[in-house]
Design a protein around this ligand. Structure first.
Ligand SMILES: *[C@@H]1O[C@H](CO)[C@@H](O)[C@H](O)[C@H]1NC(C)=O
Ligand SMILES: *[C@@H]1O[C@H](CO)[C@@H](O)[C@H](O)[C@H]1NC(C)=O
Ligand SMILES: *[C@@H]1O[C@H](CO)[C@@H](O)[C@H](O)[C@H]1NC(C)=O
Ligand SMILES: *[C@@H]1O[C@H](CO)[C@@H](O)[C@H](O)[C@H]1NC(C)=O
Ligand SMILES: *[C@@H]1O[C@H](CO)[C@@H](O)[C@H](O)[C@H]1NC(C)=O
Ligand SMILES: *[C@@H]1O[C@H](CO)[C@@H](O)[C@H](O)[C@H]1NC(C)=O
Ligand SMILES: *[C@@H]1O[C@H](CO)[C@@H](O)[C@H](O)[C@H]1NC(C)=O
Ligand SMILES: *[C@@H]1O[C@H](CO)[C@@H](O)[C@H](O)[C@H]1NC(C)=O
Length: 666
């Protein structure tokens, strides 16, 4: 019985104390806390009170909110006991921000006066747990906040990452200032660093008569500075509702910070009482004892992280530079023909010398294996002025890529880098024909093979001239531009000088291009390439194959220097077979050889119209038509004088030859 009575009494006395506190708050409009042990604050989210009375609004958990409000609202607009209303108030508190990382703020604390403690929907981070993007700026918020902000948010036009501002209904402060205090002794402003983790004292005073809101900050070691940090003209009469709660809202963002309140006084009827610093709880002891060793660990760790970041950044940049390409919008339609530089780099093992197939005046050719398909390719690397005419050029390359014939070297695609163009072709394992024809250290091509090659190249030229959707003038038919595939089929490559024309159109005047000794005489006169001039070059090429020598060899006896003239003279003497390649050692079909040599003379006729078409040439070679009698006059001298050492922008050739000089004018 005694026990029960005692308990009841205890309960009643507790109730009485609470009621008395409530009465005090309401009647006297004031409170003071040195630590919050036993305080009946409304705590939200992660806010908590430590056993020593320290109020922890947030800890180092990211994207969190912590709030603590005085449990009862204050009658701001009307007073219960005194009918004259007053909007004035005065408050001061001691706080500390202990960020996770020494130089990064974990957002901030807002001293908040609001009509409700229901902040449903409010966000962490820059919204400080009081607003969100829809509620920010609404006049219905009736919200006053003094933000202590350790982050700079451009959205809210924050001045820096260490400021205090006054917010009315929105987070864009009506007034703000960097955290400084006026030192009366030194008569100057001293700055404070919110991220220092040190205790700071903040005073907020609003005087309804002056209509001034003063905000003053200072270090814990000093009395209130005589000059406030902010002194802002403000009429709160339309903002303050009848009943308003006061408290703190705090948030962390991607970087977190522990936010603490150590003591707080509030007064509606005069200056808030000064806090007695000696009565305040201490910050968690682990802060100091852990910070020092953690710094000792953290500094090398941070240095290591920075080093790793720098190295990986450098590696990334180097890799990017290494694989950097040029790509422009107009290239999109060529998607399938576009190779990535990275693939080509890998295919050719970084354009290694071991993969080098040939080296010429206008580029290097490398062998490679495409990583995606295991396909063998030849990659020609040509330097190219990437601005000038590149669009037309790439479009021609792509057109060439669409040419399909078993006696053409297939162009698979291209890649473009700064100042460099890469052309990808089918790989031709047996190299170029001139090597096999003119070098003594290579196996001899027998006549059957040679005849097969001639027929192949002829049908490729026929395809280019007549069978494709446009007329393609190759303009550089010669032995070094014919490559041999695995079955020793001749394949015409090197479309670097090729021109596209509509069927039936008249030829345009172009620059003189081609290789000396293969150039039709009319080209130098008229500057016009035609299918007939390709036929002329084809004739010279056939002579190379039949006679096993180059069209012009200056070290020979004078009558033999120009091959076509020599063959013509021999034919007139009835000894055309004297010109046949001695390496064949007489092992050939005489009728075929005679046909080829005579066809050569027809093809190199001075008068373009006297030359056969490629269709006719193919028919003669296939034995489907009989070669007409040769005219005694007019078979040609293909040699033209070189006027200047021409520019060698001979870009898309896939030729292993380093021999002839090129007249080019692309
Ligand atoms: C922060 O406080 C919350 C709530 O008390 C707790 O769940 C969380 O683990 C704390 N985080 C850290 C980093 O201490
Ligand atoms: C209460 O009213 C009296 C006069 O009626 C005034 O002097 C006093 O300042 C008022 N107190 C408050 C807290 O408004
Ligand atoms: C808080 O306000 C929301 C609307 O904003 C409401 O749905 C919710 O019930 C309120 N919570 C409390 C506890 O009053
Ligand atoms: C903001 O909060 C309100 C409730 O206070 C809610 O209705 C609204 O959907 C929230 N907006 C966003 C963007 O979260
Ligand atoms: C100190 O700061 C206040 C407020 O930011 C400013 O008005 C004042 O001019 C400054 N005083 C000095 C001496 O810099
Ligand atoms: C606010 O500061 C100004 C300027 O220092 C001062 O004149 C005024 O009395 C202060 N008001 C309050 C309520 O502290
Ligand atoms: C404050 O009280 C006055 C008088 O009661 C009233 O006219 C005014 O609308 C109130 N202000 C607000 C913001 O509610
Ligand atoms: C409130 O102000 C009155 C008048 O200046 C003072 O007597 C009282 O101690 C103050 N109370 C607090 C808690 O600041």
């Amino acid at each position: 019985m005694m026990v029960v009575t005692f308990k009841l009494l205890h309960f009643l006395s507790g109730l009485f104390v609470s009621l008395k506190l409530l009465a005090l708050a309401q009647e006297e409009n004031q409170f003071i806390y040195h630590g919050f042990t036993g305080a009946n604050l409304l705590l939200n989210d992660i806010a908590k009170i430590h056993p020593n009375g320290l109020l922890e609004l947030t800890n180092t958990s990211k994207h969190q909110i912590g709030r603590a409000f005085f449990p009862f609202p204050f009658q701001f607009n009307t007073s219960l006991f005194n009918n004259s209303r007053s909007l004035s108030f005065s408050t001061q508190f001691v706080f500390a921000m202990v960020p996770e990382l020494p130089t990064f703020g974990g957002h901030g604390i807002a001293f908040t006066v609001s009509p409700s403690v229901n902040f449903t929907g409010a966000l962490a981070g820059r919204y400080l747990g009081i607003l969100n993007s829809t509620t920010d700026g609404l006049s219905s918020n009736h919200l006053l906040a003094v933000e202590i902000d350790a982050n700079r948010n451009p959205d809210f036009k924050d001045i820096n990452d260490n400021h205090i501002g006054i917010d009315l209904n929105k987070l864009l402060s009506i007034d703000s200032a960097p955290v400084t205090y006026f030192s009366d002794e030194e008569k100057e402003n001293k700055s404070l660093n919110l991220k220092s983790g040190k205790l700071m004292h903040l005073w907020i005073d609003y005087d309804e008569v002056e209509r001034l809101l003063n905000v003053t900050v200072g270090p814990i070691t000093r009395t209130k500075p005589t000059l406030p940090l902010l002194s802002t003209s403000l009429d709160l009469s339309s903002l303050m509702l009848d009943s308003m709660y006061v408290g703190f809202s705090s948030s962390t963002g991607a970087v977190a910070s522990s936010h603490y309140i150590l003591g707080w006084s509030f007064n509606r009827s005069g200056q808030a009482q000064s806090l007695d610093v000696s009565k305040l709880p201490s910050l968690p002891p682990q802060r100091k004892s852990r910070r020092k060793p953690s710094l000792r660990i953290a500094l090398p760790a941070i240095a290591a992280i920075i080093l790793v970041l720098a190295i990986s950044g450098a590696v990334y940049i180097i890799r990017r530079k290494k694989y950097e390409e040029l790509r422009e919008d107009w290239e999109q339609e060529y998607g399938p023909q576009r190779f990535s530089y990275k693939d080509l780099y890998k295919a050719t093992r970084g354009f290694s010398d071991r993969e080098l197939l040939g080296r010429g005046g206008f580029g290097m050719v490398y062998r490679g294996v495409l990583p995606s398909s295991n396909k063998q390719v030849a990659v020609k690397k040509v330097s190219h002025d990437s601005r000038h005419g590149i669009k037309e050029f790439v479009s021609e390359i792509v057109s060439m890529g669409r040419l399909r014939h078993r006696n053409l070297v297939q162009l698979l695609g291209y890649c473009r880098r700064k100042g460099e163009l890469l052309l990808v072709y089918d790989y031709m394992p047996n190299g170029s024909l001139d090597k096999l024809l003119f070098r003594n250290d290579t196996p001899i091509l027998n006549w059957v093979m040679r005849y097969q090659i001639l027929r192949g190249v002829a049908s490729a030229l026929l395809y280019l001239h007549e069978e494709w959707q446009q007329v393609v003038l190759h303009r550089d038919v010669k032995a070094s531009n014919v490559l041999l595939d695995a079955d020793l089929n001749g394949r015409l490559g090197d479309f670097g000088l090729a021109r596209f024309q509509e069927h039936g159109s008249t030829p345009h005047t172009t620059n003189v291009v081609g290789t000396i000794g293969y150039l039709a005489p009319e080209i130098t006169r008229t500057g016009k390439s035609t299918t007939c001039s390709d036929v002329f070059s084809f004739g010279t090429f056939m002579l190379e194959v039949a006679c096993g020598r180059r069209p012009v060899e200056s070290e020979r006896p004078p009558e033999e220097v120009v091959l076509v003239d020599w063959v013509f003279e021999c034919w007139k003497r009835g000894a055309i077979l004297d010109t046949v390649d001695p390496r064949l050692e007489g092992d050939y079909v005489e009728e075929e050889m005679e046909l080829v040599l005579k066809l050569c003379l027809l093809c190199t006729h001075r008068t373009p119209s006297a030359r056969p078409s490629m269709r006719q040439a193919v028919q003669y070679l296939d034995g489907n038509a009989t070669l007409p009698d040769l005219p005694l006059q007019g078979t040609g001298i293909g040699l033209v004088p070189v006027s200047n050492e021409a520019s060698r922008e001979h870009v898309s050739s896939y030729s292993f030859s380093d021999s002839e000089s090129i007249l080019s004018g692309r």
